[in-house]
Write a protein that binds this ligand. Structure first.
Ligand code: FES
Length: 138
């Protein structure tokens, strides 16, 4: 297979051809899924969370090169972040870290942010007395 070098820069190609953090976190504390209805691509994100911080993140993405590269970069970016920092994570950060995506492919990076937010909501639901959104707020 020969990727189109004119479409994707070297960072994107690297994360597409050598994606980081593929798989599932064993006994994950949070799971999040997201899908792109227009193309059918989908991402599943699993997280290990300790002391309010993401210590591991793995993904499985069925999708285009931009979606896989974005998933890979997103897992690299969110590891080590606090839950509060992760709540403010956006796909624009992924696009910037990748050195940009072709304009028509920027929407493919949305999967990563959506899967992360879904995982954070899942984490809150799993906590004793947890809610779908929000913080402990005692
Ligand atoms: S074409 Fe579906 S996420 Fe890229």
């Amino acid at each position: 297979m020969s990727p189109a070098p004119a479409l994707y820069n070297a960072i994107v190609l690297d994360h597409f051809l050598n994606p980081r953090n593929v798989g599932d976190v064993p006994q994950a504390e949070a799971l999040g899924e997201a899908g792109e209805p227009n193309c059918g691509d989908a991402m599943r994100l699993s997280l290990r969370i300790k002391h309010g911080r993401i210590v591991d993140a793995r993904f499985r993405t069925v999708g285009c090169g931009a979606a896989i590269a974005s998933s890979s970069m997103a897992t690299e970016l969110i590891k080590g972040r606090t839950l509060e920092e992760a709540r403010h994570f956006s796909n624009q950060e992924v696009v910037a870290a990748l050195g940009g995506l072709p304009p028509a492919k920027v929407q493919c990076s949305l999967l990563a942010g959506q899967a992360l937010q879904a995982a954070l909501e899942d984490y809150e639901k799993r906590r004793p007395g947890g809610r779908a959104r929000g913080r402990t707020g005692r």
